[in-house]
Design a protein around this ligand. Structure first.
Ligand SMILES: [Zn+2]
Length: 481
């Protein structure tokens, strides 16, 4: 809304209001919104306060749940639903990646996610996307963003051999010394990030940063008015990050009781991002995820469940993050599944899970205390949902049940047909999903080989299409030359 427009009124009437403050949900309740802020909530909302002649929009919410919009604290808009790391870092240009991110932002909002934080992505696409959404140039959730992950040669995102290095399109930037880290923080802040993302070791078996490096980076970012988060899967990194004053922590798959006690004591939010793992374990088979990846993720989930249950019992604050943006957790498809997974793998109640996906994640938008609840004065990002998520949290996963998405006090109109479209992907140039040996065709191992191939039907078809497309592109280029 621009300043020149008169602030309108919106009345969401007679719903089952789940305000996410922790109070029980109440039927026959209404939410009155003025401009982009909630004016009043409850069974006795007084519409007489609306001056005569002011425009009022009314939404009947009879039989529906009215709740705050979801906030996904871990959503990578630049990944473009990639199927490989090479596709994330190398095979899509900055220009196309930006346009795709702009389109995909609508899908996220359509799913009832009215706020996202992007903890790392390529180029400064996140900053541009955030500004375009804020200015109303494109439709999407309100957003904060990091720049490229700051990593060491021992951290996540320095994937490739040193002969390749960390390419310009990578989601990470290499900084192996403290002066390099400081230099990068300064540039990222200058270029408009909201937060700094650090990438510790991929699987949490060692620390990729020293404790002093974490402290120095965090101190500088805070001095410059920015937040810091970290990819930290192991106990040592989570503990060191918490001691360094990092603002919220991603993952925490393996944590000692002592480290958990430290998170609880400092009130540091933990964002487990279970969705990526659970989607691969539960359904990766259907889309050709390699069996080693599926097994590894299953083992990781078991360990994670143990740590997270202990963290929940110790009173650690959880927030919702989904790591959306890969092919196995595409935009607007599964965000709310994280709430169900927080119940399964961390033992949260449905009410606690909803708070994790609303109020508790507000800090990642730099809007803690201002968004994520339905209270007077709160920013009016609101969902009207068919069904009761306290009874069955899965209703939030079904977009057909997300009846209305209200953003900044305005019901959003979507083009559902356009949003259902899917695009071809860009990725590493693959020749097959298996080795085509003589024995595979003619040897004793034929039945096994056939079984292995039969398990990855989608992958084979798509891999073949990659080659076909690559050849077609080369032919087109050749024709024009
Ligand atoms: Zn991530």
């Amino acid at each position: 809304m621009t300043a020149s427009q008169a602030a309108g009124w919106l009345l969401v009437k007679n719903g089952y209001v789940l305000d996410a403050t922790g109070s029980p949900a109440r039927g026959d309740s209404s939410v009155l919104v003025h401009g982009n802020r909630i004016h009043s909530v409850g069974v006795d909302v007084d519409v007489q306060v609306i001056p005569r002649g002011d425009p009022v929009t009314v939404i009947e919410a009879d039989g529906k749940t009215v709740m705050p919009g979801l906030i996904d604290a871990h959503c990578h808009m630049t990944y473009g639903e990639s199927r490989t790391e090479e596709e994330i870092d190398l095979y899509t240009s900055a220009e196309l990646r930006t346009l795709k991110a702009a389109f995909n932002a609508q899908k996220v909002l359509r799913a009832g996610v009215t706020g996202i934080s992007q903890p790392g992505g390529s180029y400064y696409i996140g900053v541009g996307l955030r500004e375009a959404i804020a200015d109303g140039i494109i439709q999407g959730p309100r957003m904060t963003t990091a720049g490229r992950y700051i990593t060491t040669s021992n951290g996540l995102t320095d994937w490739y051999p040193d002969s390749v290095g960390v390419p310009a399109g990578s989601i990470g930037i290499l900084a192996n010394t403290l002066p390099e880290m400081i230099n990068e923080v300064r540039h990222q802040v200058k270029n408009g990030v909201d937060l700094i993302k650090l990438a510790d070791s991929p699987f949490g078996d060692y620390q990729a940063f020293t404790a002093d490096e974490l402290k120095a980076i965090t101190e500088l970012a805070h001095q410059l008015g920015k937040r810091v988060t970290i990819h930290a899967r192991g106990s040592a990194e989570v503990g060191a990050a918490n001691s360094a004053g990092i603002d919220w922590i991603m993952h925490g798959n393996v944590m000692s009781d002592e480290v958990i006690a430290g998170l609880a004591e400092r009130g540091t939010p933990l964002i487990p991002t279970l969705l990526l793992l659970a989607n691969i374990v539960d359904w990766g088979r259907l889309v050709g995820a390699p069996v080693e990846l599926r097994d590894g993720m299953a083992r990781a989930l078991d360990k994670t469940a143990d740590s997270l249950h202990r963290a929940h019992a110790a009173g650690v604050t959880f927030a919702m993050g989904t790591d959306s943006g890969f092919s196995v957790n595409p935009y607007g498809e599964w965000h709310a599944r994280e709430l169900e997974l927080l119940m399964t793998y961390a033992g949260l109640t449905a009410m606690e899970a909803i708070q994790a996906g609303t109020r508790n994640a507000a800090v990642t938008l730099n809007l803690e205390g201002q968004i994520g609840t339905l209270e007077p004065g709160a920013i009016a990002d609101i969902l009207v949902v068919d069904g009761d998520p306290l009874e069955d949290i899965r209703v939030l996963q079904d977009k057909k049940r997300i009846h209305t998405v209200i953003q900044d006090g305005n019901p959003v109109v979507f083009d559902d047909e356009a949003l259902a479209r899917r695009w071809p992907h860009h990725r590493a140039q693959t020749y097959s999903a298996e080795d085509l040996t003589y024995d595979l065709i003619h040897g004793d191992a034929v039945p096994d080989g056939q079984r292995a191939l039969a398990e990855t039907p989608g992958l084979q078809r798509d891999e073949a299409m990659d080659i076909v497309r690559t050849v077609q592109v080369r032919e087109r280029v050749g024709d024009n030359a």
